[in-house]
Design a protein around this ligand. Structure first.
Ligand SMILES: [Zn+2]
Ligand SMILES: [Zn+2]
Length: 171
């Protein structure tokens, strides 16, 4: 028995609507079964929201519903214009949610222990550069130049084009 992601997503939207957070609608929720180092991601391409991804691990029964809602809310805040990075406006909105909705605790990177899971082996990346040709991934702690302008860089392994993603919610 796993959690109903759509139901939790609807609850988060209702909660954020109640305090007028201007998130943008997300058509696609994707569940990732192979992630080992992150909980969620918000994929934005050319300024448009493509999808929100959630780790399948979070949907297991041993994880509190609120932990999943924290991740969904974290990712929805990234859909607000100007909120791609974990700072400035994103942080302000996260603070607002945490203050107004007492059950929420949105953080930049949620710790595995908060979900009752094994602690991480290393500091998680906040961003990742992915090679669209060979699938190589390059973890980045910071919003580096390559993260900001992946089109100007190439994969170190195969020379293929890179895309930047926000991994957020890494354990
Ligand atoms: Zn490559
Ligand atoms: Zn994030």
């Amino acid at each position: 028995m796993v959690k109903d992601l759509e139901m939790l997503y609807a609850e988060v939207r209702r909660d954020l609507d109640a305090i007028a957070i201007p998130y943008r609608p997300v058509d696609r929720l994707t569940i990732h079964t192979r992630w080992t180092r992150r909980w969620g991601e918000c994929r934005i391409r050319n300024g448009e929201v493509e999808a929100i991804g959630i780790s399948a691990r979070l949907l297991q029964d041993d994880v509190p519903d609120q932990a999943v809602k924290n991740v969904i809310a974290h990712e929805l805040l990234h859909t607000v214009r100007g909120c791609y990075a974990h700072r400035g406006k994103w942080q302000q909105l996260a603070d607002m949610v945490n203050r107004a909705l007492l059950s929420y605790r949105i953080t930049c990177t949620a710790k595995a222990e908060e979900y009752g899971l094994a602690p991480p082996e290393q500091k998680p990346p906040c961003y990742v550069l992915l090679c669209t040709a060979c699938g190589m991934r390059y973890d980045r702690q910071r919003r580096s130049k390559a993260v900001q302008n992946p089109g100007r860089y190439r994969c170190g392994r195969c020379g293929g084009p890179l895309v930047a993603r926000h991994t957020g919610d890494v354990k």
